[in-house]
Write a protein that binds this ligand. Structure first.
Ligand SMILES: *Cc1c(COP(=O)(O)O)cnc(C)c1O
Length: 380
């Protein structure tokens, strides 16, 4: 009936799952083999350019250490996190091998912690540059860093005026691994902002010491070779999010989310369903309540459906914290029972479909997924 009792694949990660399958209300399956295949597909597009892996927000919610280990098997040895704290955790998990860069830079006074963990800052301001040079002088070593310039997103990185004002010796003691910037509209290939940012990036990096360059995120890779430079920084595409919205997804799906049926029941016409009775049965209905709710990261206002063996089972009534009621009348009587699993993300309903129903993006769906799931890593 379902694969609820399929044997667990072996896993090498201590934190692979803190909740057993029997104890969890939902099961998140993460296909590390698909992540590796997605990395290979991006590398093929990049030709000679290197390809890093972006692991911020715990690998977009899927487990930064597990994803990094999978990518390292494909030869990936440069990773990005957003925060120093994420970098410290990742360094412990990975050991001293790969380069780990902290995208949001270091807050004042945290330089020694970055040094102790062997992490490289992305330097976003002249003040951060000065602080990292001081750290370098204190240790008597040249210290690695990436330099980020703002080519037109107004988020992170040195502004053009700040770059221009840098002294000739501003980078003494710094080993500039690459100069980078980030695209604001890469998922809109016809948006003229892309070319404008690329030209601004060219101009800004011309004012800096010669170093390799990095501009493209996932969607940026699909803008073509002029955007590839020396290093690409994909996140979303590795995790199966479509980097080319509006066109078929060139990536493999990576996640499957299934929730367990806690109870089934039949109700009469007119029965009030869920909090606030926002829904009343228009006729006799068969219902299933699943152990999954807004506390698991499913937006309360996102009307949607679950699927079972290709049959759509619409949500009825309000989404509760720990449960959702499904109309299962489309299934034969007895076709779904307690402990069976219904699909929330998977072959019948893609991550991008779910995001579309919720009025958001796949990135937010993934990073919202809660901590109560049994996590199953496959394709190891
Ligand atoms: C998040 C991020 C990326 C990865 O972006 P995706 O769209 O997930 O590929 C790359 N670079 C920077 C600076 C980022 O913040």
């Amino acid at each position: 009936m379902s694969d609820a009792k399929a044997p667990l694949p072996p896993t090498t990660f201590a934190n692979a799952s803190t909740v057993s399958e029997a104890a969890a209300g939902a099961i998140l399956t993460i296909d590390l083999g698909a992540i590796r295949e997605n990395y290979r597909r991006l590398k093929t597009r990049l030709n000679a350019a290197h390809c890093a892996g972006v692991l911020k927000a715990d690998g977009y919610g899927l487990g930064a250490a597990q994803v990094a280990s999978a990518l390292m098997k494909e030869g990936c040895d440069i990773f990005f996190v957003a925060l120093l704290g994420e970098g410290i955790v990742l360094r412990k998990a990975l050991g001293s091998g790969p380069d780990i860069f902290v995208l949001n830079g270091l807050s004042p006074g945290s330089e020694s912690q970055a040094l102790a963990a062997g992490l490289h800052p992305v330097i976003n301001s002249a003040a951060q540059l000065k602080a990292w040079r001081e750290a370098a002088r204190a240790t008597g070593q040249r210290l690695a860093a990436a330099i980020q310039v703002d080519s037109g997103m107004s988020r992170l990185g040195m502004a053009p005026a700040e770059v221009q004002a840098l002294a000739k010796d501003a980078f003494d003691d710094i080993d500039i691994r690459f100069v980078m910037s980030h695209l604001a509209c890469a998922d809109e290939p016809r948006n003229p902002a892309n070319e404008a940012q690329r030209l601004a990036f060219e101009r800004l990096r011309g004012m800096l010491p010669r170093a390799p360059a990095s501009l493209a995120n996932s969607s940026g890779i699909f803008l073509g070779a002029p955007y590839h430079y020396d290093l690409a920084r994909p996140g979303a595409a590795l995790y199966g999010i479509n980097p080319t919205p509006g066109e078929p997804n060139p990536m493999l799906p990576v996640v499957r989310l299934q929730a367990k049926v806690a109870q089934t029941r039949e109700v009469e016409k007119g029965a009030g369903i869920g909090y606030g009775h926002t829904y009343h049965a228009r006729g006799p209905l068969r219902l299933a309540t699943i152990s999954f709710g807004y506390a698991d990261g499913w937006h309360r206002r996102a009307a949607s459906a679950a699927w079972f063996e290709g049959v759509r089972l619409p949500f009825v009534g309000r989404i509760s914290m720990d449960s959702i009621i499904l109309d299962i009348s489309a299934l034969p009587a007895g076709g779904l029972g307690e402990g069976d699993l219904v699909e929330l993300i998977g072959p019948s309903q893609s991550l991008d479909d779910v995001a579309g129903h919720a009025g958001t993006i796949g990135y937010e769906v993934l990073t919202s997924l809660g901590a109560r799931f049994h996590r199953r890593y496959v394709g190891i």
